[in-house]
Design a protein around this ligand. Structure first.
Ligand code: ADP
Ligand code: MG
Length: 969
C-alpha cells in the first residue's frame, strides 16, 4: 500500500498546483458516484504527501501562533502507515517526535472528503489553535475549510467552526457543545454540532484514560441547599485534633516499644496510627525504616487475614474515625459519633430502612394508611441521616486525606484543584458530591453554592457517539486492554522512523525523600557542569517548586513549567535541548512540543531525563522518558525514588523491598540500584493501574445506565427541536397520558369514573360530566372521547394566537417539561448513587440495585413529563391577552375548578431565549399577580367571604390560596 501511495505521489509531481487542488473536487465526485473512502485512500494520501513536498520545496513559511515556521516535512513511510491505522479506526502508537501531528493530516483529509466533518481532538486549546493553523495550511491549499474551537467562543462562532470540513478542538469543548446542543438548546439554530462522524484524538491515552475519570458536567446552582458543612466544621476540626492527639500518643508508645525491641507491638500500634492519621509525622518516619515498616505491614496483614475482620473492627472502634487512604474513605466510629453528639450517637448512623419497613409492614395495629405514613417518615429519616453522614465523611476526607498544596491550592479565596497526574491547576473544575464544599469549609473560604447537574456525560460515552474513532499517542500499549474493552479500539505499534538509542538506567532508590532530593541536585550539578541539557519531570507542582528552590540555592539557572500557560511553556520547552539547559516540568507541561537538540549537544549524550518520582501509572513514566532521544537522537533517562513517595507508601510491596534492602545492604544517604527494585516498583504501579481502571470502569458502568436514558431523552428533544410542526408530538404525548389515566381508572374495582372525571377536568378544560362518559360506553370510548375533546378545546385556544407563536409555544411546553424534569431526575440520580453505596452494607450489589431503581425512576420520569405537558398545554400562552381571551372563550360550564385560576400561565417570549431562569419566572408571576388577586387581599384571621363563619386561614386559605375562591371565580 505504501508503495502504491508513493507511486501515485510520484505521478503528481509534474502537475500544476491548480490541478492538484482540483483533486479534492474530483475525489468528492467519485465518492458521490459510489466509490469508498478506502478505495480513494492511496490517491488521497498521495495528494497530501505531494502537497507537503511542494511546501518543502518552495520553502513555505507559515504563521503559527504568531511565529513563522518553515515547512520542511514530507511524510515518511512509517507516517503513511500511521495514517492508514488512524483511517481504519484504531490507535497508532508512535513515539514522541515521530510527527503524529503530520500523520493526522492524511486520514483527516481523506475523511473530510465525505463532507461530514472530521474532528481532531487535542489536549489543550493552544495545540488546537497551533495545529489548525499549521496543518491547516495543507487542507486550505487543497480546498478544504478548517475550523478551531477555543474556550469562550460564542455560539455563532462555534457553529461556524463545526461547519468547516475539519474542526480542531479539545475534548471538553467538543463534549460540552454536545451537552449544550442536546440538553439546553431550544431551537435548531442554537445547536452548533452537526453530527459525530469521525474523530482523531491526539495523546489519546491522556484523554480517554486520564481525563476519563471525571465526567463532563454542566451544572447550575441548586434551589434547595442540603449541605451543612459550616455547621459541622468546627466539631470536625476538634474531632480531628482529638484523633491526632490519640495517634501521636500511640506513635510515641510505639517508639518506646521499638527501643525495647518489641517490634511486633510497635507494628500494631503504628498500623493503628496509619488507620487513624495516615500522615502522622512519626509514622512517616517509621515507615522509612525497613524493620518497622515490615512490622507495620505484618500487623496489617494479620488484621486482614481474619476473614471476620473482628480485630479490624475492634481497632477501628478504638479511635474516633478511620481513614482508608487507598480508597479515600472515612468512617466514624461509635466513639466519634458520641463525641459529635453525646446525647444521641445514633444521630450519625444510617437507620436500617429494610428492617424498619419490615416492622411497619408486620405491625398489625397499624391501618394501611398509617403504615404508608410511617414508611414515608422512615424514608425521610433515612434520607436526612444519609445526608448528614455524607456531609461528615466528606469533611473528614477534606481534613485527613486532602492536603493543601498537594491536592489543591487556595487562590483568590477559592479552592482550586491540582490535577494529580499532571500537577496542572484546574480552575473551574470542582470535586463532586460535596467534597469541594467540604474543602472550602476547611479552608475557611467562601463555600460556593451547591450545584446541581444540568447535563452530564462521561468522556467514554461522548466518544462512543462517533461512527469512527481513532487515536494516536506515544504510549498506548500498557493500556491496550482498556482501549479494547471500553472503546473497542485496537492498538497498533508503529516502528520509529529511525532506531531509538535512548539509554534507560535502573531506578535509584533512597530511604527518604530528603536523601533522594539531595542526590538529585548533585546529579543535576554534575551534568549541568558538563553542559548536558536536562529535563526534570515531577509529579506535582509542589515538588517542582521544592526542586526549584534547591537549585536556586546552588545558583543553577533553570525554568519551571507547571502547565499553566500552554503557549509560553511550549516555547520554553522547545528550548530544553539547548546546551546546559535545566528544565523542571510536571508531566503535562509543554506536552505536544518537540524538543530538538542544539548543535554539540548530541556529543554530550543528548537530553537527559530524570524522573523525581515514579508515577502511579507506568504509561506516564514512559511518556516522560520519551521526551528525549527522538528521531534517532542520543538521550538517556533515570528515575530517583524513595520509600516516602506516595506510590511506595501505599502500594509498594514493602515486605519484599525491605528484605531486598537488607540483603543488598543499604546504607543511609546512599542510593541503591538493582533491576529487582525496578520490578517491585512496577508491581506497585500495576496494582494502582488496575485499581484506577476499576474506578473508571465503575464510573462508566454507572454512566451506562444514565447513557441509555440520556439517549432516549436527547433523541426525543432533537425530534422536537427539528420538527417544523410540533403539534403531532404534543398530541401524541397528551394521548399517551390520557390512555394511561383511563387504563388506571378503569382498572380499579369498582371503576373509578369519578376520579377520571375529576382528573380530566382539572387537567384540561374539557368540560365533561360523568354522564358524558357513561353515555359513551367502555374505556376505549372514554379515551376516544377525551382525546377528541382535548383537540376541540385546543382549537379554541389557538384561535387567539398567532400560528407561528403557537408552534414556538408548543415546542416550549414540550422542552420545558422535558428539561425541568430531566434535570430533577439527574439530581435524584445523583442522590441515588450516594445512597446506593451505603446500601452496599446490606450485601447487595449496588450496581444492580442502582440499575433497577434507575429504571423505575426513568419510568416515573416519562410519566411525569407527559403529565406536565398536559398540565401546561392549556396554561401557557404567547401573551397575556391571548390567554385572557382564551379563558373568557371557554364554555361557561368549564368555569372554576376545571381550570384553576391560579394556573401558571407563562407568556412566552417567542423571539428571545426560552430559558426558564428564575429571574424570568418572577417577572411572569408579577405580571400575573393582578389576575390572581381579583378580590381584596385577606388577612389570615379575616372572615372568609365564601363562608363567613370561618376565618380565612381555615377556609380558602387552608389550601394555600391567597384569595377567596368565591371572589376569584
Ligand atoms: P509527536 O506529536 O509525534 O511527538 P510532532 O508532530 O510534534 O511529534 O512532530 C515532531 C517534529 O517532527 C516536528 O518538529 C515536526 O516538524 C517534525 N516532523 C514531523 N514529520 C516530519 C517529516 N516527515 N520530516 C521532517 N520532520 C518531520
Ligand atoms: Mg504530538
Amino acid at each position: 500500500m505504501v508503495a502504491e501511495i508513493n507511486r501515485h505521489e510520484e505521478a503528481l509531481r509534474p502537475i500544476p498546483m491548480e490541478e492538484l487542488r482540483g483533486k479534492t473536487a474530483m475525489f468528492r465526485d467519485r465518492l458521490s458516484k459510489g466509490e469508498t473512502l478506502d478505495q480513494l485512500l492511496p490517491e488521497a494520501f498521495a495528494v497530501v504527501k505531494n502537497c507537503c513536498r511542494r511546501f518543502t520545496e518552495e520553502k513555505r513559511n507559515i504563521r503559527v501562533r504568531g511565529q513563522e515556521i518553515l515547512w520542511e516535512m514530507i511524510p515518511f513511510d512509517v507516517q503513511l502507515i500511521g495514517g492508514m491505522v488512524l483511517h481504519s479506526g484504531r490507535i497508532a502508537e508512535m513515539a514522541t517526535g515521530e510527527g503524529k501531528t503530520l500523520v493526522a493530516t492524511l486520514p483527516t483529509y481523506l475523511n473530510a472528503l465525505s463532507g461530514k466533518g472530521v474532528h481532531v481532538v487535542t489536549v489543550n486549546d493552544y495545540l488546537a489553535a497551533r495545529d489548525a493553523e499549521w496543518m491547516g495550511e495543507v487542507y486550505r491549499e487543497l480546498g478544504l475549510t478548517v475550523g478551531c474551537l477555543q474556550h469562550g467562543q460564542t455560539q455563532a462562532e462555534r457553529r461556524a467552526q463545526y461547519a468547516c470540513d475539519i474542526t480542531y478542538g479539545t475534548c471538553s469543548e467538543f463534549g460540552f457543545d454536545y451537552l449544550r446542543d442536546n440538553g439546553m438548546a431550544t431551537t435548531p439554530e442554537d445547536q452548533v454540532q452537526r453530527g459525530h462522524f469521525y474523530a482523531i484524538i491526539d495523546e489519546v491515552d491522556s484523554i480517554l484514560i486520564d481525563e476519563a475519570r471525571t465526567p463532563l458536567i454542566i451544572s447550575g446552582p441548586v434551589t434547595v441547599s442540603t449541605h451543612q458543612f459550616d455547621k459541622y466544621r468546627s466539631s470536625i476540626e476538634s474531632l480531628v485534633r482529638k484523633q491526632n492527639g490519640l495517634c501521636t500518643d500511640w506513635a510515641n508508645q510505639a517508639k518506646e516499644k521499638v527501643e525495647k525491641g518489641d517490634l511486633q507491638g510497635a507494628g500494631r500500634l503504628l498500623f493503628k496510627v496509619k488507620m487513624g492519621s495516615p500522615r502522622n509525622k512519626l509514622l512517616l518516619k517509621f515507615q522509612e525504616d525497613p524493620g518497622t515498616r515490615r512490622a507495620i505491614d505484618d500487623a496489617e496483614l494479620e488484621m486482614y487475614q481474619d476473614t471476620r475482620r473482628t480485630e479490624l473492627y475492634k481497632t477501628k472502634e478504638e479511635m474516633y474515625f478511620s481513614i482508608d487512604e487507598r480508597n479515600s474513605e472515612a468512617d466514624l466510629s461509635e466513639m466519634g459519633r458520641t463525641f459529635l453528639n453525646p446525647s444521641d450517637p445514633n444521630f450519625f448512623l444510617v437507620p436500617d430502612l429494610i428492617t424498619k419497613n419490615h416492622d411497619i409492614e408486620t405491625n398489625a395495629s397499624l391501618s394501611a394508611e398509617e403504615k404508608l405514613k410511617a414508611k414515608q417518615a422512615a424514608q425521610a429519616d433515612y434520607e436526612e441521616a444519609s445526608q448528614r453522614i455524607h456531609n461528615i465523611s466528606q469533611l473528614l476526607r477534606a481534613y485527613c486525606v486532602f492536603e493543601k498544596d498537594v491536592h489543591y491550592v487556595v487562590q483568590e479565596n477559592k479552592v482550586v484543584i491540582v490535577d494529580e497526574y499532571t500537577g496542572r491547576l484546574m480552575p473551574g473544575r470542582r470535586w463532586s458530591d460535596g467534597l469541594h464544599q467540604a474543602v472550602e469549609a476547611k479552608e475557611g473560604v467562601q463555600i460556593d453554592r451547591e450545584t446541581q447537574t444540568l447535563a452530564t456525560i462521561t468522556i467514554q460515552n461522548y466518544f462512543r457517539l462517533y461512527e469512527k474513532l481513532a487515536g494516536m499517542t506515544g504510549t498506548a500499549e500498557t493500556e491496550a486492554n482498556e482501549f479494547k474493552d471500553i472503546y473497542r479500539l485496537g492498538v497498533v505499534v508503529i516502528p520509529t522512523n529511525r532506531n531509538c538509542i535512548r539509554k534507560d538506567a535502573d531506578d535509584l532508590i533512597f530511604k527518604t525523600r530528603r536523601e533522594k532530593l539531595n542526590a538529585l541536585i548533585e546529579e543535576i550539578k554534575k551534568r549541568h557542569a558538563a553542559g548536558q541539557p536536562m529535563l526534570v519531570g515531577t509529579a506535582s507542582v509542589e515538588s517542582s517548586e521544592i526542586i526549584s528552590r534547591m537549585l536556586r540555592r546552588e545558583n543553577i539557572p533553570h525554568s519551571v513549567l507547571n502547565a499553566k500557560q500552554h503557549q509560553l511553556e511550549a516555547e520554553i520547552v522547545a528550548r530544553a535541548g539547548e546546551r546546559g539547559a535545566v528544565m523542571i516540568a510536571t508531566n503535562m507541561a509543554g506536552r505536544g512540543t518537540d524538543i530538538k537538540l542544539s548543535p554539540g549537544v548530541a556529543e554530550l549524550g543528548g537530553l537527559h531525563v530524570v524522573g523525581t518520582e515514579r508515577h502511579e501509572s507506568r504509561r506516564i513514566d514512559r511518556q516522560l522518558r520519551g521526551r528525549c532521544a527522538r528521531q534517532g537522537d542520543p538521550g538517556s533517562s533515570q528515575f530517583f525514588i524513595s520509600f516516602e513517595d506516595d506510590l511506595m507508601r501505599n502500594f509498594g510491596d514493602s515486605r519484599r523491598i525491605a528484605g531486598l534492602m537488607t540483603k543488598l545492604g543499604m546504607e543511609d544517604n546512599e542510593g541503591l540500584q538493582h533491576p529487582w527494585l525496578n520490578r517491585s516498583v512496577e508491581t506497585a504501579q500495576k496494582r494502582v493501574e488496575q485499581r484506577n481502571y476499576q474506578i473508571r470502569k465503575h464510573t462508566l458502568q454507572y454512566d451506562d445506565v444514565m447513557n441509555q436514558q440520556r439517549t432516549v431523552i436527547y433523541a426525543w428533544r432533537t425530534d422536537i427541536l427539528n420538527s417544523t410542526d410540533p403539534r403531532p408530538e404534543v398530541f401524541e404525548t397528551v394521548d399517551e397520558r390520557i390512555s394511561t389515566e383511563v387504563e388506571a381508572r378503569a382498572g380499579t374495582d369498582p371503576v373509578d369514573l369519578d376520579g377520571l372525571v375529576h382528573w380530566a377536568n382539572s387537567a384540561m378544560p374539557v368540560g365533561l360530566q360523568k354522564e358524558d362518559f357513561q353515555k359513551a360506553g367502555g374505556k376505549e370510548e372514554w379515551a376516544k372521547l377525551l382525546k377528541a375533546k382535548v383537540r376541540e378545546a385546543y382549537e379554541v385556544k389557538v384561535r387567539f394566537e398567532n400560528p407561528e407563536a403557537v408552534k414556538a409555544l408548543e415546542r416550549f411546553v414540550l422542552l420545558g417539561a422535558i428539561d425541568r424534569l430531566w434535570q430533577e431526575h439527574l439530581y435524584a440520580m445523583d442522590g441515588l448513587r450516594t445512597s446506593i453505596n451505603l446500601r452496599a452494607y446490606g450485601q447487595k450489589d449496588p450496581l444492580i440495585e442502582y440499575k433497577n431503581e434507575a429504571f423505575s425512576m426513568f419510568g416515573e420520569l416519562m410519566g411525569r413529563i407527559k403529565e406536565e405537558v398536559v398540565h401546561n398545554l392549556f396554561r401557557s400562552a404567547s401573551s397575556l391577552s391571548a390567554f385572557e381571551s382564551f379563558l373568557s372563550a371557554l364554555p361557561q360550564r368549564t368555569g372554576r375548578g376545571e381550570l384553576p385560576v391560579q394556573a401558571q400561565a407563562r407568556p412566552v417570549d417567542t423571539e428571545g431565549s426560552m430559558s426558564m431562569s428564575a429571574g424570568a419566572d418572577t417577572a411572569v408571576e408579577e405580571a400575573l399577580a393582578p389576575m390572581k388577586r381579583q378580590g381584596p387581599k385577606l388577612g389570615r384571621n379575616d372572615p372568609c367571604p365564601l363562608d363567613a363563619k370561618k376565618k380565612f386561614k381555615n377556609c380558602c386559605g387552608a389550601t394555600g390560596s391567597k384569595v377567596c375562591l368565591k371572589v376569584s371565580a
